[in-house]
Write a protein that binds this ligand. Structure first.
Ligand code: NAD
Length: 334
């Protein structure tokens, strides 16, 4: 069985090759492509039985139709989120689509905490200062997190893992989720979204991107937040209206922003653009604020998570190849 692996980075090859070697059953033929999957690159999948894709590969109806036309029968997502897949079109075309629903929720949760800690105590600025012999503390003032209220929008696997760590720090936890979890109730309180926004010193997003959640943090939601609060997004960029966030930062209402994901990240993230002129003016405006911290979608990026992603991805393919039931097919069942 031949698989075109799109958006393949060096680390994807390493962990997929390792998982392929470890398979007791026969391995698969993995054809690595650096390019992201799009209408322009879909021809690279010709002759393959399956494609393996990541968060910024495009799987809209025209791309899926082209894949099916080229003989591809399975789509393997190396991620949990599937907002980039037209699931209805895939079903209509009879394509098998499977994802990796949970590889290491703790990896993403720990990154969300790293962002909160860094932005709050300015360790990224302190690191540079101290290396230049500047030991002044001006500008590095933070707040004690113990006793602060953190609002988690989405209390699924990653939201819960984040809640457990924050509980250990001594934060008060507020949650908003249409499907409440019994475990979260032992850690904090569920409240309505507006109450969460009004009470939280830090708001952290852990819900999926859907048509209902797109731009859920817009000008209205930002105005409802406590003045000076921190907004953290490690989920999907389009949950946040970036222009509205810039306006809230400029008016000094939003205290600080930490993001691992960005609405237009597909043209920027996962590659070295340091020699290029970046023509995304919205992103570049964000980079001018001293109280904004951006990482390039690295929440998932631990060796444990990549090993798990590779193993589950190949296991999903094995289920497709052998016709055995697969619990990771889309759409998911709760
Ligand atoms: N930064 C990264 O590297 C990275 C890695 C993995 C996942 N993610 C993102 O994290 C998201 C969460 O992942 P997960 O594994 O916790 O998913 P999950 O399915 O376990 O949890 C998502 C939760 O969000 C809730 N939800 C849905 N709509 C909501 C709404 N309108 N308001 C509040 N809550 C809502 C769901 O009920 C569910 O409990 C994924 O969808 C993905 O976009 C990011």
């Amino acid at each position: 069985m031949k698989v075109a692996v799109f958006s393949a980075q060096r680390y994807d090859r390493f962990f997929l090759d390792e998982a392929n070697r470890l398979r007791a059953a026969q391995g698969f033929e993995l054809d690595y492509q650096e390019a992201a999957l799009s209408a322009q690159t879909v021809a690279l999948a010709r002759g393959c039985d399956a494609v393996c894709v990541f968060v910024n590969d495009r799987l809209d109806a025209p791309v899926l139709e082209a894949l099916a036309g080229a003989g591809v029968r399975a789509v393997l997502l190396r991620c949990a989120g599937f907002n980039n897949v037209d699931v209805a079109a895939a079903a209509r075309l009879g394509l098998f689509v499977a994802r990796v629903p949970a590889y290491s929720p703790e990896a993403v949760a720990e990154h969300a905490i790293a962002l909160i800690m860094t932005l709050n105590r300015h360790t990224h600025r302190a690191y540079n200062r101290v290396r230049e012999g500047n030991f002044a503390l001006d500008g590095l003032l933070g707040m004690t997190l113990h006793g602060k209220s953190v609002g988690l929008i989405g209390t699924g696997k990653i939201g819960l893992a984040t809640a457990r760590i924050l509980k250990g720090i001594g934060c008060r936890l507020l949650g908003a989720d249409p499907f409440p979890s019994e475990e979260f109730k032992t850690l904090g309180d569920y409240v309505g979204l507006d109450e969460l926004l009004a009470r939280a010193d830090i708001v952290s997003l852990h819900c999926p991107l859907t048509e209902d959640t797109r731009h859920m943090i817009d000008a209205r939601a930002l105005a409802a937040m406590k003045s000076g609060a921190m907004l953290v997004n490690t989920s999907r960029g389009a949950l946040v209206d970036t222009q509205a966030v810039i306006a809230a930062l400029k008016s000094r209402h939003l205290g600080s922003l930490a993001i691992d994901v960005y609405e237009q990240e597909s043209s920027l993230f996962f590659r070295d653009r340091s020699d290029d002129i970046i023509d995304d003016d919205v992103f570049q405006r964000l980079m001018t604020f001293p109280n904004v911290l951006v990482t390039g979608h690295q929440g998932f990026f631990t060796a444990e998570a990549l090993r798990e992603i590779a193993a589950v991805t190949l296991d999903n393919l094995d289920a497709f190849a052998t016709g055995r039931p697969c619990e990771n097919i889309l759409p998911p069942t709760r």
